[in-house]
Design a protein around this ligand. Structure first.
Ligand code: PMT
Length: 397
């Protein structure tokens, strides 16, 4: 994910310094070249050796220590960085950065960098809420730095409140956004449906399909990366909800229609990636059907509403995207669905191909547009395809 990216992690002297070890490890596991700078206070809390081992690079603490190469170290790291992350960021480093103080290795390197900077504050609630700290955070944001919100919960000082170091996943997501996000959907509301609907037969059985929700979740995540306000309408509770994304869980086609219809008027982009059952059971049994009562069983089905078609009918300013899961004549069927459902874009995937479609981590897709143009893409991860789809939507908004 972060291959080829140089990330400088500044660790300051808060008790959460030990949690930065996990962050550094995860960044390296995701392919980043990680360089750590620790303040003297941080080095009292966690040994620089830990960060050296986890990052695979020398750790810098002292500005005047011997270094193994010629470049002036703080300038070298400042130049090298694609991203600077201060985690944890104490009130002290926030104050120094906001006031332009550069009096040690970390603050000097920070001052010298032109890379984007992400602060991850972690401290006691009273310190965090101190008006001077809040003013300094505002100053940093106005200067173009990103400052994450700390979490609320139990704190090392044995109190509870706002100031906890965020979860590693949340920080990684902010890092991804800082490295790759282009704010393409800032101010836009995006709704995405994901997963396979389940139509009850009785309280213990249902008619479902093989959709895992991965494709829809990847699109929601990619939209959030581009600063959209994203709501997922999801049939699965198994997948982790992407950072910054709201989720509404639904079970069957009628619930999904209700949720999508309710959100549609106020949205700018709607993407139907869910696999919706075309039929539902006509007479759902309120009690478990017993085999002793039936030698053979016939379940009658009735048509479900076509949610996407309905959205196409009432579309005004919205950009509407549908999927087509096909096994033959993929493009022809896709074109027909694009027209009939009044879509702006259609993602056609041939679900009979290996590595495409249901319940795999990759997909092979063609994007069909309203102006009759088309783009075909090779196999890629659903995360990558999600980003492609969001970029293409943003280009056409
Ligand atoms: O979830 P994954 O495991 O990651 O798999 C991804 C996927 C294969 C489910 C996804 O890539 C995909 O193709 N989703 C659409 C599946 C589908 O229902 O296709 P369809 O060709 O039957 O329907 C066409 C479009 O109409 C779809 O956007 C569908 O959401 C929508 N639809 C269908 C039926 C219905 N009653 N209401 C609808 O809104």
């Amino acid at each position: 994910m972060f291959e080829g990216k140089h990330i400088v992690v500044g660790i300051t002297g808060g008790i959460a310094a030990y949690k930065a070890a996990e962050l550094v490890s995860q960044l390296r596991q995701r392919g980043a070249d990680v360089h750590c700078i620790m303040t003297e206070h941080a080095a009292q809390l966690v040994s620089p050796i830990t960060f050296g081992e986890l990052s695979g690079n020398d750790v810098t603490v002292n500005m005047f220590a011997n270094i193994s190469h010629w470049d002036v170290q703080h300038i070298a790291l400042a130049r090298l960085a694609d991203l600077f992350v201060i985690a944890p960021a104490t009130a002290n480093i926030i104050g120094k950065a906001a006031c332009g103080i550069a009096d040690d290795m970390l603050s000097t390197t920070l001052m010298a960098t032109k890379a984007p900077v992400l602060f991850v504050p972690a401290m006691n609630t009273n310190m965090y809420e101190n008006p001077i700290v809040q003013r300094n955070i505002r100053t940093l944001r106005e200067a173009g730095y990103t400052v994450m919100e700390p979490e609320s919960g139990h704190l090392a000082c044995n109190t509870s409140g706002k100031g906890r170091f965020p979860k590693t996943e949340a920080i990684l997501s902010e890092i991804e956004k800082a490295l790759f996000g282009q704010h393409l959907l800032r101010g836009k509301k995006v709704i995405v449906s994901a997963g396979g609907t389940k139509e009850n037969i009785d309280p213990v059985r249902y008619i479902g399909n093989r959709s895992s929700g991965k494709m829809g979740y990847a699109i929601a995540r990619a939209a959030a990366m581009e600063d959209a306000d994203v709501t997922l309408v999801s049939c699965t509770e198994e997948l982790p909800v992407p950072e910054g994304v709201r989720v509404r869980y639904v079970q069957n086609a009628r619930e999904m229609k209700q949720a999508m219809d309710a959100l549609f008027d106020a949205c700018d982009v709607a993407v139907m990636a869910a696999a919706v059952s075309d039929y539902r059971t006509k007479n759902e049994s309120p009690r478990k059907i017993k085999k002793e009562d039936h030698d053979a069983l016939t379940i009658q089905l009735e048509l479900n509403p076509d949610i996407l078609y309905g959205l196409g009918q009432k579309k005004q300013h919205q950009f509407l995207v549908g999927f087509a899961a096909e096994t033959n004549d993929v493009i022809e069927h896709g074109k027909e669905k694009l027209e009939r459902k009044n879509l702006d874009m259609l993602v056609a995937n041939d679900v009979s191909q290996a590595g495409a479609g249901f319940n795999v981590s990759t997909n092979i897709a063609s994007l069909l547009y309203r102006d009759h143009t088309m783009e075909q893409f090779p196999i890629m991860t659903k995360e990558e395809l999600g980003r492609v789809i969001i970029r293409k939507i943003a280009e056409r908004l």
